[in-house]
Design a protein around this ligand. Sequence first.
Ligand SMILES: [Mg+2]
Length: 382
Amino acid sequence: MKITRITAIPLSYRLPEGKTVTMGIGSTLKRDAIIVRVETSEGITGYGEAHPGRSPGAIVSLIHNTLQPLLVGMKATDCVGAWQRVHRMQLSSHGLGAGTCLALSGIDMALWDIRGKAAKMPLYELLGGSRRRIPAYAGGISMGFQPAQALAQEAQGYVAQGYKAVKLRLGDTAKNDIERLRKVRAVLGDDIDILADANTAYTIADVRRVMPVLAEIRAGWLEEPFACNDFASYREAAKISALVPLAAGENHFTRFEFGQLLEARAVQIWQPDLSKSGGITEAVRIAAMASAFRIPVHAHSSATGLNHAATLHFLAATENAGYFEACVSSFNPFRDMFGTTFKIGEDGCVEPPDAPGIGVEIDESIFERYPMIDGPGYMVKF
Ligand SMILES: [Mg+2]
């Protein structure tokens, strides 16, 4: 079974008025996603999702014009070989590093979908896992910079749905961040895990002010206080409190960059995204490396139900798996366009789909509703 064609389908939607969420990287204007279709000589078609990297047109071109010619004709079940070829021919030198990782992630995910469909196995089974229940937190683009009382109400709504963990956005002023953290803890009580994500907007000084409050409210983690490559700041911040682990990974690519996180000894929770960090093949390697150091893997979620389903399969087959990031965005048609991918239970957990491959039925006719809108996805904050 050979790869015969690779097609990238870019999709976008604008946020309707009143649905914009503000966080450390700005205010959301629109959302993009790229669906990757891989066709084979035996008629099995696989689908994956590549993160658009805020430049969907560029990633589509990379897939069509650079990676497709490298991969057409290869065995469709040879995920390791495809990965190695892209690494050798594109990532190793002159190769648009992160962009290639996003593009490769979507292709690799589609190849795993093909493997599962060919083997007639759901992906979690193919990866060596079982259909177990996975704890989920209320995440996605939600719980942004809003008055503390309104934020606490929003968080309470997710708890009422069954969530036992919620993720708040930090990176506003330290004063506002602290007020929101205390309010949400007071309203939710002690039994809910509160996670916090600064979306790279913090300085070391901010962390010094906010970290004691994160410890006081027993936050589960502080995510991405700094830019992905600011290892010095991560190392410094990790010394401030041993009670609140630092988390990162959604902007780290390939096992090699996760290896750098290990060397920095500053990031205690890893968050690879299956549509960003190099696909399922690479996420499995990253998780294995993390397991040797007892680092939990709380995978980051991308935009569509395809990424969400693939992530559930991956977590169900990962020994050191942590939370699934459930997208609770109040407006995300990409989450629901292939049907419901996950359903939160009263136990705060979700399960992967049970059909072969990623287990998501793709009706391509829906794509015409979301033509690509190139351009920035967030209003500039600075
Ligand atoms: Mg994040």
